[in-house]
Design a protein around this ligand. Sequence first.
Ligand code: ATP
Length: 303
Amino acid sequence: MNNITLTSVSKEYGKTKAVDNVDLAVSAGECLALVGHNGAGKSTLIKMVLGLISPTMGNVSVMGHNPMTAPFNGVRRDIGFLPEQVLFQNNMTGRETLEFYARLKGLTRDGLDDLFRRVDLMYAADDRIATYSKGMRQRLGLAQALIGSPKLLILDEPTSGLDPVSRQNVYSIINDMKSAGTTILISSHALTELDSRVDRVAIINRGKLLALGSIADLRQNIGLASEIKVHAPVNSMKIMTQHFGDKCFVNGVAQFSCPADEKIAFLKELMGLNISLADIEVNDPSLEQVFMALTQTEGHVHE
Ligand code: ATP
């Protein structure tokens, strides 16, 4: 079952096609990352999913409803949203803020302490937001999005302004929510963080959906090779030179470039030489490399 379905969705602002004919389905319990340059259309897409703006063309369905229609109000309490810029009332405390948002969802204050603990803010729950740092406001924003254990969690740049420990904690929360069956849509520029943490990635470029799939699929589809580095004693290096030629040696290390589906065959061939090896590093192309390879050929600025 899909929790979000976009069918031929476009959003135009005058001549700007912020979102251009996008088809996308996010299934229940899936974690999908939206990635793209500044101005690619990610926030516009999220706003349409939330029913904050209507598409110029196409259909949006979220948990079985069109977000621009009245019945969608009934499912809003099942959606948690962390906006790109979190703005709170400075003169309220963290606790008053979460109580306010809980009331908006028709919920009591029960469970709010758990949320403060989860985002590591219990120590400041009764402090005024004016005293919060940027990272603390961001974590309060995440706690706000988690109120009521939403079935759909939409996070626009959730790790923006966070230190490494807090970033790690965000992904641990995302993982817990996913295990509990929550569907997660996350927009992020922090591509290295997303590697191995999301199920699929949607690469948006100039409003268009450029690529969609698991990071492994995207790597495979665009044929980016893995890099294999072999460290070995001099004698072994000589045997490798006889076998593979000397072109692969850089600064005394043997380096091979190998398509993902040929990695195992290459490693078998290497082991077949029966030489002693000190270390082997296998580096698959990162999401960042996949993203750069895909968007550089397309260009990324709206005309
Ligand atoms: P960022 O990573 O910088 O947050 P984004 O991918 O979220 O970017 P959007 O905010 O969706 O990008 O913007 C997509 C395009 O739509 C941009 O060209 C932007 O200038 C334009 N745009 C967005 N909102 C409006 C608006 N209300 N009026 C006019 N143009 C808009």
